[in-house]
Design a protein around this ligand. Sequence first.
Ligand SMILES: Cc1cc2nc3c(=O)[nH]c(=O)nc-3n(C[C@H](O)[C@H](O)[C@H](O)COP(=O)(O)OP(=O)(O)OC[C@H]3O[C@@H](n4cnc5c(N)ncnc54)[C@H](O)[C@@H]3O)c2cc1C
Length: 470
Amino acid sequence: MTDELPRQADRSWWLEEALALPEFAGPAAPPLASDTTADVIILGGGYTGMWTAWFLKEAEPDLDVVLLEQDICGGGPSGRNGGFLNGMYEDLGTLVERFGKEGRRTVEIAARSIEEIGAWCEAHGVDAWYGLHGDIAISTAPAFDPIVRQLVEEAEANGVGHLYRSLSAEEVRKRFDSPVARIGATMSHTAGVQPARLARGLRRVLIEKGVRIFEDTPVTRFGERTATAETPGGVVRAGRAVLGLNAWANAIGALRRSIMVRGTYIVVTAPAPERLEQMHWTGGEGVYDLRTSLHYLRTTNDGRIVFGGAGHRVAPKRVTARYRYDEGSVRDLVRDFRRWFPAFEGVPLESAWGGPIDVSGLHLPFFGTLKGGVAHYGVGFTGNGVGPCHLGGKILAGLALGKQDEFTTLPIARGPLKRFPPEPLFTPGQQVVVRAVIRRDDRMDEGRRVDPITDAIAGLPRRLGYGLGP
Ligand SMILES: Cc1cc2nc3c(=O)[nH]c(=O)nc-3n(C[C@H](O)[C@H](O)[C@H](O)COP(=O)(O)OP(=O)(O)OC[C@H]3O[C@@H](n4cnc5c(N)ncnc54)[C@H](O)[C@@H]3O)c2cc1C
C-alpha cells in the first residue's frame, strides 16, 4: 500500500494533545514588552532551560529567574521527541574508557533522573504518561543479530548486565509481533513519557514557583560577558545566564565546532488499539532497531504508534524550518512504517514532524562556561536528552550558583570534549559519511552485502576517534 504523505504538523501530535488541555496550555506567558533585570536569565524553554530554572528555585526560592523562549515552551524538541526517557547507560563504555571511576559515577547519577522525573511528575500533579516500561532493541535482519548480542555482552562487561536480557525470536514476537523483528534484548531501566505533557507541566510548575517566563521572545543578541539578552520587546540584564539552546547553540562561536546539527523525524498513526493487541504490543515498551540511522517507536495511551527515524539529509548548519519537516525523510519513514506494520494496513498516518538534534563528537552531552565566566551552557545531547537534560538542569543550576558539588564536578561539566573538523572540509565530509551510513543500514536491512567502500566510509568517524557511527 502506498500512503499519501501524512499532514505536515507545525506542532507535534504530542503538543497538540497537551495544548488541548487547560493544565498544559496555560497560564499565559506573553512576550517580553519592556527592559528588565534578573538574578539569572535562561535562554531556551526546553527541558534543559526549564529543569535549570527548577533546580535554581529549589536551591534559592527567592532567586529572580527570567526564562526567554522564542516559540512556546516545549515548542522545540522537548515537546516533539520520541518520549524515551533514558539514563546514559549506552555511553558507559565511552565514559569509563575516558574518565574511569568518574565516568561510571556520571552514569550512576544520570540513571537517578529516570525515577526522579517520575516522582517529580507525581508530586506536582503532572500526568505525563510516565511509565517505567523498559525498552526492547530488535534486530531487523541477520546482519543486525550480532549487534544485539554485542549489546548484551558489552553491558555484562561494563557491570550492568543485570539490566539487559536477550530475547529469542519467539520471545520478541510475544511482545512485538512485527514481520521485521528477529531476536532482541530488553533494557529494564528506562521509562517512557508523553514529552510535551512533561515540558508543559514543567512550565506550569515553574510559573507557579515565580519563574518569569516570556514566550514568543527570541533573543536577537546575547552579551556573553555581561549576561545581557536583547529581544524585540526589551533587554534583560542579569548577573548570570544559562543557555539551554540545543542545536541553536551552534550560532555561538565557542560551541560551533563542538556540535553538529542533524534532523530526526516522526510519523504518528490514528488510534488503533485493537491492532496493537493483535501484535501483542501492549506493554508500553519503547522499541528501537540496531541501525546506525536508528528507528525508534512507541505507543500512546490511546493506541497509536509514534514511529521515528533519523533524517537522511545533511541539512544546513543553522537550524531552519527543514528540521521541522523534511519531505524526503518523512517519505522514507512512511515506507519503513508500512514494512514494519502490515498489522496497521488501512490505519492512516495522521501527521509528521521533526526537529533538530545537537550531535556531539563523543555522543555525550557537555556543560561549561563561556569566556567572561557568567554564561553557562549545556548541549550535545545527541538525541538522548529527555533524561540527561534533568541532570543537565542540576549541573547548570550548580554552575550558575558557583557551587562545587557532585554534579558540577562531573567530567561532562568541563566544556567540549571533542571538536569536529573545520569547514570547508566538514559539511561535504559529513554528507558523504551520512549517505554511506544509510546505504550500509539499508543494505543490511535488505539482507544484501555491504561493499567495503561503503563500510569503510561509514566507519570513518569512529576510526577518527568520534563516538559516532558503526
Ligand atoms: C524528533 C525528535 C525525537 C527525539 N526523541 C528523543 C527520545 O525519544 N528520547 C530522548 O532522550 N531524546 C530525544 N530527542 C532529543 C531530545 O528531545 C532533546 O535532546 C531535548 O529535548 C533537548 O532539550 P533542550 O532543552 O536542550 O532543547 P530544546 O527542547 O530544543 O529547547 C531549546 C529551546 O531554545 C529555543 N531557542 C533557540 N534559540 C533561541 C533564541 N535565540 N531565543 C530564545 N529561545 C531560543 C528553542 O525554540 C527551543 O525551544 C529527540 C529529538 C527530536 C527532534
